[in-house]
Structure formats: structure tokens, C-alpha cells
Design a protein around this ligand. Structure first.
Ligand SMILES: O=C(O)COP(=O)(O)O
Ligand SMILES: [Mg+2]
Length: 262
């Protein structure tokens, strides 16, 4: 058993990039949505760097990239990875929602019209919802870890920024729907990670002191939320962290596989 688990009465897991490699399905849905809007596709490698702040921000990042790509200014050095999360109203013109050819400085983030973002997000939810687990896989060590924690009778919670509606179909596909006593999606509360509110909610729900709770995740948002909530924090390095090493966020420990936890 990992030292961080000593005295722990509740474990909260992140989902995407921690338990499941969901990017193949997310990328298919992002690209199908972009095609529907007449925009260039993004591809799996880019989508991997955009996951982590929920589906609306994912589509905002995808639109920013598509607008730059369409105007021939997509720049591999452009940092859209953990980029802007506040949609702003932009001019609309040729394609509804996208402004005139961008007078952008390389690396600048174009404004995205809120109506276009709403359309793109609705398209994404429809495409992804068709079969959110089709090409999604559990990471090695995950089942072993969850089964062992269940045997130890440690209550488990799932705290993801993914919309709540997708959690059950994915967990059910892996036969893991009974492992979690509580699941929160990115739309379950007004706040999502890195805000500590979802983790505080989980700790309060089970009546466990934050010091006796462990947050396990793959991104800086999980570690920041865990720390701000007073949880212990454990990171896995194989997931999605906007292309940055999650170690840089200062988790209490890092494990290569969740099997090391138990
Ligand atoms: O939907 C996302 O952006 C990522 O979800 P996660 O919080 O499970 O990593
Ligand atoms: Mg994650």
C-alpha cells in the first residue's frame, strides 16, 4: 500500500487521463463538430492538449485553433494548450460566428463568437453522446486499484470536469458503475476543478475531514483543487496536462500506475 493511503478514509478520482484514455472518442466528436461547421479538423494530438477544463472550454480551444488554421495562421508554437477560457464576443461575418480574416499576430487567440461556441458545443455533446466509450480504454492498473480499494471498503468518489451525463455510460461500459459512491461532473455544481468546491462537497457528503481524503488526478487542475480543498494529492504522469509534466504542480506523490497505490 502506498504511504499516502495511510489513514485515508475517502479517495476521489479524476476520470479523463487518470482512469480512462478518452481522447480517441473526444477527438472524433470534436472533429465531427468542426466538420459540421465547415471548419478544419483538429486531430487527436491537439485535442489531447485541450482536455481538462470541461467540454465547453474544449470546444472553445478547438474553435480558436480552427479559426487560426483556416486563416493559414495556425502556428505550432501557438500556446492554445491551457489557453483562454473566457469566450468573448467577436465580430461575425463570412462564416456565421467567425469574424473577418484575422489580423492576428502569430500566437494571438482570436475572439470566438458566443453563438458559434454554443453551436459547436451542442454539436460536440450530440456526437460524443452517441457512444462515449467506443474507443476509450482503461489505463493499466486502474481496475486492480479500484477493486482493491473496494475490498478495503474505502469510499470512492469520481470528480470529473466532463459533463455528468457521460459518466454513467462510460463507467457501465467497463463494469465500474458500482465502484463509486458519488460521482460529480463538471456541470454538477456551479464550480469545477481547479476550484476546490467539488472536492469540498465530496468530503462533506461523506463526513470525512479533508486531511483524510486523497485526490488522484492527471492534471494541474486536480492537484490545485486537491490542495485548495486540504486533500492529499497523488498524480499520474500518463494523462493530459496541456503538454506539461504534472509533477510541476507539486503533488504529494506521483505513481506510474494506479496499481502502486494499493
Ligand atoms: O472533460 C474534461 O475536460 C476532463 O475531465 P477530467 O476532469 O475527468 O480530466
Ligand atoms: Mg483528467
Amino acid at each position: 500500500m502506498h504511504r499516502l493511503l495511510e489513514g485515508v478514509s475517502l479517495v476521489a478520482f479524476d476520470l479523463d487521463g487518470t482512469l480512462i484514455d478518452s481522447v480517441p472518442d473526444l477527438a472524433v466528436a470534436v472533429d465531427a463538430s468542426l466538420v459540421e461547421l465547415g471548419l478544419p479538423v483538429a486531430g487527436e494530438a491537439r485535442v489531447r492538449d485541450w482536455v481538462g477544463n470541461g467540454s465547453l472550454v474544449l470546444m472553445e480551444r478547438a474553435l480558436r485553433h480552427a479559426v487560426l488554421a483556416r486563416s493559414g495562421e495556425a502556428d505550432p508554437a501557438t500556446d492554445l494548450r491551457g489557453g483562454a477560457v473566457t469566450p468573448s464576443l467577436g465580430a461575425t461575418d463570412a462564416i456565421p460566428g467567425i469574424g473577418p480574416p484575422l489580423r492576428s499576430v502569430p500566437g494571438a487567440s482570436p475572439d470566438i463568437d458566443s453563438a458559434l461556441l454554443a453551436r459547436a458545443h451542442a454539436a460536440f455533446l450530440a456526437h460524443y453522446g452517441r457512444d462515449p466509450g467506443a474507443h476509450t480504454r482503461l489505463y493499466p492498473g486502474v481496475r486492480e486499484c479500484l477493486d482493491a480499494l473496494r475490498e478495503k471498503a474505502v469510499p470512492l468518489a469520481l470528480v470529473t470536469n466532463k459533463p455528468y451525463a457521460f459518466i454513467a455510460p462510460i463507467l457501465t461500459g467497463f463494469g465500474l458503475e458500482h465502484h463509486f459512491a458519488l460521482c460529480l461532473g463538471g456541470d454538477s455544481l456551479p464550480q469545477k476543478k481547479p476550484d476546490p468546491a467539488p472536492l469540498r462537497h465530496v468530503a462533506a457528503h461523506f463526513g470525512v475531514a479533508p486531511e483524510a481524503c486523497l485526490m488522484v488526478g492527471d492534471s494541474r487542475h486536480d492537484i490545485a483543487a486537491g490542495r485548495a480543498a486540504g486533500f492529499r494529492t497523488l498524480a499520474v504522469p500518463y494523462g493530459y496536462n496541456h503538454g506539461e509534466p504534472v509533477r510541476d504542480s507539486g503533488p504529494d506523490a506521483v505513481v506510474e500506475s494506479l496499481a502502486e497505490l494499493v
